[in-house]
Design a protein around this ligand. Structure first.
Ligand code: NAP
Length: 301
């Protein structure tokens, strides 16, 4: 059972305002179960596209480590990367080498190439760069050569070198193709774009994931930062103050309170933005009617 049930119970006891679900703060960050196994996953993670593509200088690694330490310190765990993100996998390895405990992080990377041999070579390289004997989640990046790589991922799962399988994309134009592949390959995770600025996943992909029992990671939760530009200079509306201290938390709570969503993976290069984003995993959660109010408000801007 994901914690929201407990939050609902706690909220009822506290006399929850209509439209809101109070979290049980003492239990730490909200988690949701991975449907394939029931393992709990904290609802806020970290994307590394661009932001971990940094030199291995002491200063840069210290900054990346500080971001990851804030994540794990708040009970979060998921780091999402890809061989496509240049130096990011190596920086994750550097951060682990610098003292982040491997078992405190859930490492999600991707395979992004054509052909079985190239895929195997890339996955081996990812494991080496991240200093990870076992990769928690291996995703086929942007549905590239899915059938071939899913076969390898399953073999590696049998050998306990990969824990979970996944498929990713980042544009609504690919949702139909993704839905077809979800039905055909039955991955344990998908990763898609979903936010207040891009709600297309609500119509088909998110309900399908729920039906098929597939965990859902959300990329581009801020539309690569565009959502912040849309609210630049604007105060949070009064109705949001009950559950969000910042626009970042407003945007993330809209996402993680969707019943099909397991975890959002905002990217940041700044420890204080990581701390802000982690706040979305705590406190009061919007319910369905509040989510509609948030969406109406955002589209009126
Ligand atoms: N095909 C795929 O599989 C795919 C495609 C796209 C993305 N992804 C994954 O999803 C992750 C997230 O998507 P994304 O990187 O495109 O963008 P995003 O998370 O939607 O937005 C990142 C931007 O938001 C800013 N930001 C973060 N937290 C903030 C805060 N609290 N206040 C103000 N600004 C804040 C960041 O700037 P600062 O650095 O200044 O904080 C950065 O410019 C990626 O890193 C990647 O891991 C996967």
């Amino acid at each position: 059972m994901w914690n929201r049930r407990k939050f609902i119970a706690a909220g009822a006891a506290l006399g929850t305002l209509p439209g809101l679900v109070h979290a049980d703060e003492a239990r730490g960050m909200l988690t949701k179960p991975i449907p394939a196994t029931g393992e709990s996953l904290p609802v806020v993670g970290l994307g590394t596209y661009n932001v971990f593509d940094v030199d291995s200088t002491t200063e840069a690694i210290a900054n990346s480590k500080e971001i990851v330490t804030r994540l794990t310190g708040a009970g979060g765990s998921l780091l999402d990367t890809s061989p496509m993100y240049n130096r990011s996998e190596r920086v994750i390895g550097d951060v682990i080498e610098a003292g982040v405990v491997r078992s405190d992080v859930f490492l999600a990377t991707k395979v992004w190439t054509d052909g079985r041999d190239a895929g195997i070579e890339q996955m081996n390289r990812s494991a080496k760069l991240m200093r990870a004997e076992v990769i928690d989640l291996m995703q086929v990046h942007n549905l590239r050569d899915t059938a071939v790589h899913m076969r390898t991922i399953r073999e590696w799962q049998d050998e306990e070198r990969i824990r979970y399988s996944g498929l990713t994309h980042y544009t609504a134009g690919a949702h139909d193709a993704l839905a077809q592949e979800m039905a055909e390959f039955k991955p344990q995770f998908i990763q898609i774009n979903y936010s207040l600025g891009e709600r297309e996943a609500e119509s088909h992909v998110l309900p399908l994931a729920e039906d098929l029992g597939i965990a859902v990671l959300i990329n581009r939760p801020f539309q690569a930062g565009r959502l912040f530009k849309a609210v630049a200079g604007k105060e949070l509306p009064d109705f949001a103050r009950e559950f969000a201290d910042s626009w970042g938390q407003f945007f993330l709570k809209f996402i993680i309170s969707h019943p099909a969503v397991t975890c959002a993976i905002p990217a940041t290069s700044k420890p204080h933005h990581m701390a802000d984003n982690l706040g979305a995993g705590f406190g009061t959660m919007p319910d369905a009617s509040m989510r509609e109010r948030m969406a109406d408000y955002f589209s009126s801007l």
